[in-house]
Design a protein around this ligand. Structure first.
Ligand SMILES: [Zn+2]
Length: 101
């Protein structure tokens, strides 16, 4: 069983300000959130794709699963670490990252 060492700061802030533009390389949820964030930038789709690939490379190099990052980034709402809040709603149990044993 693995626990996140401590709640991720950017995730904690993003819980309050979803557009917070800072991301923690050590955090899977931040990696997924930056991928979502790129799509909101006023840049060409090809630029979005290039930056997504670049960021995926950084997060994967940090030991995160590319499949998890991509799955989390599909969420309609900003991806935020469940550890970042004091109260995690029971409705978030269908989290792709939670399916890992
Ligand atoms: Zn985070």
């Amino acid at each position: 069983m693995t626990l996140e060492p401590e709640p991720c700061k950017p995730c904690q802030i993003a819980r309050i300000v979803p557009t917070y533009p800072f991301f923690n390389l050590g955090c899977l949820h931040c990696g997924a959130r930056i991928i979502q964030h790129l799509a909101t930038l006023p840049i060409a789709r090809s630029e979005v794709a290039a930056r997504r690939r670049e960021n995926l490379t950084h997060w994967v190099a940090f030991g995160h699963s590319e499949a998890d990052l991509r799955a989390l980034a599909q969420q309609k709402t900003p991806v935020i670490s469940p550890a970042a809040g004091l109260v995690v709603s029971a409705g978030s149990g269908n989290h792709p990252a939670m399916k890992r044993r």
